[in-house]
Design a protein around this ligand. Sequence first.
Ligand SMILES: NC(=O)c1ccc[n+]([C@@H]2O[C@H](COP(=O)([O-])OP(=O)(O)OC[C@H]3O[C@@H](n4cnc5c(N)ncnc54)[C@H](OP(=O)(O)O)[C@@H]3O)[C@@H](O)[C@H]2O)c1
Length: 337
Amino acid sequence: MYSADPDRYTGRMPYRRCGKSGLALPEISLGCWHNFGHADDQHEARAILRRAFDRGVTHFDLANNYGPPPGSAEENVGRILAEDFAAHRDELVISTKAGHLMWDGPYGEWGSRKHLLSSLDQSLRRLRLDYVDIFYSHRPDPNTPLEETMSALATAVQQGKALYVGLSKYPLKRLKAAVKILKDMGVRCLIYQPPYSILNRWPEANGVHGWLAEKGIGSIVFSPLAQGMLTGKYLHGIPEGSRAARPEGFLRGEQVEQAHQQLRALAAIADEHGLPLQHLAIRWVLQQTAVTSALIGARTVAQLDDSLNAIHAPLLDEETLRRIDEISPIDPGRPPE
Ligand SMILES: NC(=O)c1ccc[n+]([C@@H]2O[C@H](COP(=O)([O-])OP(=O)(O)OC[C@H]3O[C@@H](n4cnc5c(N)ncnc54)[C@H](OP(=O)(O)O)[C@@H]3O)[C@@H](O)[C@H]2O)c1
């Protein structure tokens, strides 16, 4: 039986307003992409959610397809929410998404009303919730009119199945158009979800973060540790059990190899500051324009605890930021997948 720590709101976690909205999010939020599927350790998964909440993390991020297998992260988190967090539903911001491949046939992915609204109903059943706090279009769909995808998000809000809507990985031009269409439908885009880390400065390079700040839309940045690369664990090869070593993991060995020089240089800077690399990496994203929350993942309670301690890392000075720029310059790079 879980009993939440009564001290969870006594300054353990700073909260930031999500753009110009009324919603505050924790500086560090927890994502359930990896480590919550049927393939993962259920005991640890439950312990991670409990510890996160006890440390003031009020936002858990999901998507229809998280697992493996797809859907199983929502099922497992849904069970834990029902068993442990039922009394705390109004203290939690739960998000989910639709758009990536989820089921067979022409309606199992992308941005049609058919996909988004059926998927949201499935997600609510798996999560055992009446509504999610944030429903995202997970990726732009080049073949569906934006009006249709946005109308599905608006319908989710009108039906009371989502309190807010968000967009993930939309390039700036499409993002601007989508936000305008939503506005015309009477729905405000609360939040944008891009990949962002010292190693991936795509939202900066493409002007996305500057525009979001100007418009008062929040940004929750995913993979701030570059899937674990910015933790120091890959400085001497690929350790057993790490994401890059696991077949179901999304981090490839060649990505780790390509980043090796940068990782060594960044680790040296972190060392000079007496910080672990992961704290430097999280502090860095939290210091950037437009960022509301760093959306981390954790495989163990120990990793979660460690990463949450990054909120105590001191602000990085101009000279350190400049040296980081040299190691990992702003580069438009590839658009997010
Ligand atoms: N919108 C989208 O398209 C999209 C895409 C991707 C992710 N996301 C969201 O972003 C969330 C976070 O993504 P992510 O898991 O890639 O984030 P991340 O924080 O960059 O990477 C998390 C991984 O790094 C390792 N790690 C974390 N803390 C550590 C520590 N203190 N010491 C050592 N290793 C540590 C663990 O991997 P090991 O297993 O190697 O230990 C952990 O699973 C996802 O869960 C999801 O909610 C969204």
